[in-house]
Design a protein around this ligand. Sequence first.
Ligand SMILES: C[S@@+](CC[C@H](N)C(=O)[O-])C[C@H]1O[C@@H](n2cnc3c(N)ncnc32)[C@H](O)[C@@H]1O
Length: 261
Amino acid sequence: MAEEFSKAGAYEGYLGSWSSSLAPLFIDFAGVQDGDRVLDVGTGTGSLALALAASMPRSQIVGSDPSAPYIEFARTRTGDPRVRFDIGDAMNLPYADKYFDKSVAQLVLNSVPKPRRAAMEMHRVTKTGGTVAACVWASDGSNERERIFWGAATAVDPAAAQRRETERGYGHEGRLSALWTECGLREVADAYLVVSVDFASFEAFWSPYLEGQGHGGSYVRSLPPDRRDILRERLRREILGMKGDGPFSLRAQAVAVRGIC
Ligand SMILES: C[S@@+](CC[C@H](N)C(=O)[O-])C[C@H]1O[C@@H](n2cnc3c(N)ncnc32)[C@H](O)[C@@H]1O
């Protein structure tokens, strides 16, 4: 499993609060109903699966992810017998055809080597009439954290442009819905989901990057210490300007898609 998805505690610090803020909006968009049997593909540390369990008291939820450390961590987060976490690859899901009412993947498809294969697998394991839904961070500049981070990274290191997830992924308008249509899903609909995340200080924003999780973290870890310091100071200036350190919020926007099997 990729190094960038190997440290669960660090991932929680880096992206956990974003995932938890996004989860209720995504659940609503996906139209999950209480009592549904739901598959959370690429569950990571389990934020979406746990949000599903909290809001759907009669549902059965399976979270699946190829990262063993993430799955182990997710398992420690709940003792709810309705929630199960399995190690598994989105491109080869270990479930019977039409087993789930809903299959959802939050912030996953840009990390999967063959996203089309993953979408087809989600379709396969979902009942006829059930819903398959996914979301990824938008790549149009409306995701403030990504825009600020990669803008600063590219300013101090032009090669960073090639590391930027947003250049190649599904965060551009229309790409996810085109994929869903290609995979044979019906009544395909897309939407933007917007969240705001609060940071207590610049350090609360910066320090999780040093753990190497996710694209931004793995990029920061690849830099020699002097380049890291330059990036850190550039980000501090971008975010705080002339103000002293203190709390701030950043806005992030995800593109979401859903379709019927
Ligand atoms: C940005 S994280 C999102 C995790 C979680 N869905 C959330 O909202 O916090 C991306 C996740 O995709 C998972 N992933 C990477 N390759 C995958 C694959 N082939 N199949 C399923 N999940 C994969 C990673 O292990 C990681 O947990």
